[in-house]
Design a protein around this ligand. Structure first.
Ligand code: F6P
Length: 489
């Protein structure tokens, strides 16, 4: 209903995020386009393709403005244009301070509370503020002369809502925070908390994945800033106008994934994997992980769990194998470089301990695997392991389920993901409990087929019930409802 009738009728949609929906990778025969390993891109691209509009993002290519077609290809002009990509250019210094610095060395560990100490620097905070201003200028240009709904993504752009609202109070601004929001005790160490929260209170609607993060946010506002927190209606009044705070559990395009998983490209990627692992390994019971190499994802924890399972069940030697698809990420940040080194040492250690002449227990495939390769890996898995120490939602879990048209496969899912609230038929794990993780992995190896299928059937119907389109509809319908309600007093 949004954009067609009611308060938002005729408004243009402007999505704003740091990450743009495609990466350019230099390969032997030119440039390859890869969809970034990003839950945010996975979720937002189908929505903007369906609705149309402009996506403003930090640019990595060369053109200022591009049209994106139905298949997500960039070009001028492609067939069946779907939306426009408007790029914001950042200098190396800006990228360093705003993206690697404030966003990923301060806010990322602060919000995930996973025992990686956040790093705060005033210079980076100032760069973060000036980059948010740069995004404001781009959005204002795109919104010139008409009504617009600005849909902001994530923690890179926390100041943008206030910056926009101050100059264009008529804009309808909504913001989805794709990562957790910590409790006030964890948040209180952030040196610029008041300004950050004030920035977010420029939104009309602020969404998190789950109610728990909404509650944490409202508690934080209550402690940090002068504002009226209305816990009955989940809204905050600051300067006389409200910001509503709501949970919207994000999801995936289940039927598209399901169709793509059957396609020829996935078939080719599957063959590619079998070649890479060796035919013999391809026939084993495969555990699969697919993540950015990030310390929130619990990659060392799952590898240790696998190691422990092999130590306890030597009968599994030569019968199982762990294949980890691992996309390099944020490697300019020290904590990520350390993690890479730690994982390399661990993989070496585990392989050294258990390997035989013709069997390797762990394959750690460090690369940006494309969407089809990830689907192929899901298809070959006996079990997919999502062992995040803390995660806003985690779409790997949902993508895996959507890709398993054969109705088989086991999902091991961390209790500390937003997804665990919906996917109770997974084997829920505590990644901090190595013994428990090893037990759950063993259970996945020996689970009778009937139980695997029953669980997968329930998981699939859950993912089909709440797709990313339901998510998008809920977000925009709620915006429409709340703004309508406000207009009518
Ligand atoms: O969803 C959280 C998030 O940080 C997204 O904003 C981001 O696109 C994704 O994870 C991957 O991170 P990055 O864009 O830093 O590669």
């Amino acid at each position: 209903a949004a954009f067609v009738a009611g308060v938002t009728a005729g408004a243009k949609l402007i999505v704003v995020s740091n990450r743009e929906p495609c990466l350019h990778e230099h390969v032997a025969d030119g440039i390859r386009m890869v969809r970034p390993a990003s839950g945010m891109v996975t979720a937002i691209e189908p929505i903007i393709k369906a609705v149309g509009g402009t996506w403003v993002a930090h640019g990595s290519g060369t053109a200022d403005r591009l049209v994106v077609d139905r298949r997500g290809r960039l070009g001028l002009p492609p067939e069946a244009p779907r939306y426009t990509l408007r790029r914001v250019w950042l200098s190396r210094k800006e990228e360093e301070g705003y993206y690697y610095g404030l966003a990923n060395r301060a806010l990322w560990p602060l919000c995930h509370t996973v025992y990686t100490r956040p790093y705060f620097s005033r210079a980076e905070w100032e760069t973060y503020r000036s980059v948010n201003e740069k995004f404001r200028d781009a959005v204002l240009e795109e919104a010139e002369g008409g009504a617009a709904i600005v849909f902001i993504q994530d923690y890179h752009l926390a100041l943008l809502p206030r910056l926009l609202k101050d100059v264009r109070p008529d804009l309808k601004i909504l913001h989805f925070w794709h990562i957790p929001w910590p409790n006030p005790e964890a948040f209180r160490i952030f040196p610029w908390g008041e300004e950050l929260i004030d920035g977010l209170l420029g939104n009309d609607l602020l969404g998190f994945h789950i109610q728990y993060h909404c509650n944490n946010f409202l508690d934080t506002v209550d402690r940090f800033i002068e504002a009226r927190v209305d816990l009955e209606h989940f809204r905050v009044f600051r300067g006389g106008r409200p910001t509503w705070v709501r949970p919207f559990p994000i999801s995936v395009d289940a039927s598209q994934i399901s169709r793509d998983a059957e396609g020829e490209t996935v078939g080719r990627r599957l063959a590619g994997f079998l070649k890479e692992l060796g035919e013999e390994h391809g026939k084993l019971s495969l555990f699969v992980g697919a993540d950015r190499i990030d310390y929130t994802k619990g990659i060392p924890e799952r590898l240790r769990g696998f190691d422990l399972m092999l130590q306890r069940h030597p009968e599994l030697v030569g019968k199982v194998c762990f294949v980890q698809l691992a996309a390099p990420s944020r490697t300019h940040v020290e904590a990520y470089r350390h993690l890479n080194e730690q994982i390399d040492a661990l993989v070496d250690e585990i392989n050294w301990r258990h390997q035989t002449d013709d069997w390797t227990p762990v394959f750690f495939l460090r690369a940006h695997h494309d969407y089809y390769a990830v689907l192929a890996a899901y298809r070959m898995a006996q079990a997919v392991v999502v062992s995040s120490l803390h995660d806003g939602m985690n779409l790997v879990a949902k993508e895996f389920v959507a890709a398993r048209n054969d109705g088989d496969g086991v999902l091991l899912l961390s209790r500390y993901t937003g997804a665990a609230r919906e996917l109770g038929d997974a084997l829920l794990i505590n990644p901090f409990d190595g013994d428990g993780l090893a037990d759950a992995m063993y259970r996945a190896c020996v689970m009778p087929e009937a139980e695997r299928r029953e669980r997968m059937e329930r998981l699939r119907s859950q993912v089909e019930r709440n797709t990313v389109y339901d998510w998008g509809l809920n977000v925009f319908a709620e915006l429409e409802r709340l703004l309508g309600q406000e207009e009518n007093g």
